[in-house]
Design a protein around this ligand. Structure first.
Ligand SMILES: Cc1cc2nc3c(=O)[nH]c(=O)nc-3n(C[C@H](O)[C@H](O)[C@H](O)COP(=O)(O)OP(=O)(O)OC[C@H]3O[C@@H](n4cnc5c(N)ncnc54)[C@H](O)[C@@H]3O)c2cc1C
Length: 434
């Protein structure tokens, strides 16, 4: 950049995946582009994705986008068709990043490194002549006489078009602190309620501090920390009503649960500042989702009848292929040292119930900081789905997580970042050059 250059066709705010893609798309149309990033380097969240491996997209997008992108899924119809997961793969191949498919359609770079994806984008930005300024947090975005003025802590720039790509509000150390919501609001945009999505869930029974303060033993559940129950069914209950269910591996942590069987349910947790009332929010696990409760009862009775002197813990592990700690949970930590012939009918029924519906009180809404994705954001009602352009302010565009869209895990959130970034970049360049 010449030190004097202060006016650009397009200014992009936020150098996450969507902002970098928007900058590349706009510069690809011949627009002069300034990309302003708050942190000392671009793509800090991108570097964390897929446990550092970057689950770049997913080639399995069902026709019904609600399954992957919830309430606002339909908003993505045109951007997804314009820049499909296959297009994303081809695009990264053109940047020197070949990709491969893993389970459930998830696509990863062959390098297995998110850093290589970020480096390829940075190289392309510089190749396209995009001016990237890091350590430049944007404080205000204002329009006057058809020209936007974007002010950072140190400087001020102008442009015909602005793309807001500031991300959500989780993992704030990566720079995504929710700044974009205020910038959108002052420009007349509605921001829907923000909540954590794709986050761990905390159980009251696992609350170390609360047990200790009551002078109690935290019980059998506490010993589960660190184990993974493979392919279980899970469901979230609020005020006695089932609000959502999921299936997959469930990882027990010291505070509750994480993993594919719990993360999708976290976005349905009711917002609350403090702890939930006892019994109000419950997380239920079905350890044998492919076997009906009646059948489980028959299988257990038969195993007990055939092995009257076997310890129940061992019998459960053998009959239902459970891990030992899962059997401890089912037996409530009490009936472990008894043999099958000592188990009463009531105890047997309770065991079956636990196998099919072990329930835990959820302690509180997960803090936003540790959610992988933010639910809510700039309302898509005021955004054109083809161009990502504001319906309120001409020349203002949006890309990525700052909008009220969140996807399930599996590469869908990055797919949304790429496709919305591309749509916004092309449209902003066209607008600025018209
Ligand atoms: C641990 C973790 C793992 C994940 N793994 C995956 C995965 O494997 N696959 C997947 O699809 N999704 C994954 N996600 C989600 C995915 O990372 C996000 O959806 C995606 O990064 C959103 O991209 P974005 O460009 O919209 O926003 P962000 O990546 O949040 O980028 C926003 C950028 O804007 C900058 N910014 C903010 N405010 C300002 C300001 N005022 N001025 C200037 N710059 C500003 C920020 O510093 C940041 O660089 C993961 C998320 C996390 C936290």
């Amino acid at each position: 950049m010449t030190p004097m250059q202060k006016h650009f066709d397009v200014i992009v705010i936020g150098a996450g995946p969507s902002g970098m893609m928007a900058s590349l798309a706009a510069s690809g149309q011949g627009a002069s582009v300034l990309l302003l990033e708050k942190k000392e380097r671009p793509g800090k969240k991108l570097l964390l994705t897929g446990h550092g491996r970057c689950n770049i997209t997913n080639i399995r997008i069902p026709d019904n986008f609600r399954e992957t992108y919830h309430e606002n899924g339909r908003f993505l119809t045109s951007s997804l068709h314009a820049f499909s997961p296959e297009d994303v793969r081809e695009y990264f191949l053109s940047l020197g990043i070949p990709t491969h498919e893993e389970d459930d359609g998830r696509i990863f770079p062959d390098t297995q490194k998110a850093s290589s994806v970020c480096e390829a984008l940075e190289k392309a930005l510089s190749g396209n002549g995009v001016v990237l300024l890091t350590d430049s947090p944007v404080r205000s975005v204002k329009k006057s006489d058809g020209i936007w003025t974007v002010t950072t802590e140190k400087d001020s720039f102008s442009s015909k078009a602005v793309i807001l790509s500031t991300g959500g509000k989780s993992f704030p150390h990566t720079g995504s602190e929710g700044d974009g919501y205020a910038l959108a609001k002052v420009n007349g945009h509605e921001v829907t309620e923000l909540a954590p999505a794709l986050a761990p869930i905390f159980f009251s029974a696992f609350s170390d501090a609360s047990c200790a303060s009551r002078g109690e033993d935290c019980g059998a559940e506490f010993t589960l920390a660190g184990i993974t129950l493979p392919d279980v069914g899970s469901s979230l209950w609020v005020g006695g009503k089932k609000v959502k269910s999921a299936r997959g591996d469930l990882l027990f942590t010291h505070q509750g649960v994480s993993g594919p069987a719990s993360m999708p349910l976290s976005r349905e947790l009711p917002s609350s500042k403090g702890k939930y009332p006892e019994g109000y929010v419950r997380f239920q696990i079905d350890m044998l989702p492919d076997i009906r409760e009646e059948e489980v009862g028959k299988m257990l009775l038969q195993a007990m009848t055939e092995n009257p002197n076997r310890y129940m813990k061992r019998l459960l592990c053998e009959t239902f292929h459970l891990q030992e700690k899962a059997a401890v949970l089912v037996l409530d930590g009490k009936a472990m040292d008894i043999c099958a012939h000592e188990v009463t009918k009531e105890m047997r029924k309770a065991i079956v119930r636990k196998l099919k519906a072990s329930a835990f009180d959820v302690e509180k809404c997960t803090p936003m900081d540790i959610a992988y994705v933010t639910r809510g954001g700039v309302s898509v009602k005021q955004i054109d789905p083809k161009t990502m352009g504001s319906k309120v302010q001409e020349g203002l565009f949006f890309s990525g997580e700052v909008m009220d869209i969140d996807g399930i895990s599996g590469g869908y959130n990055l797919q949304f970042a790429w496709e919305s970034g591309r749509a916004a970049g092309i449209a902003a360049a066209e607008y600025s050059q018209a």
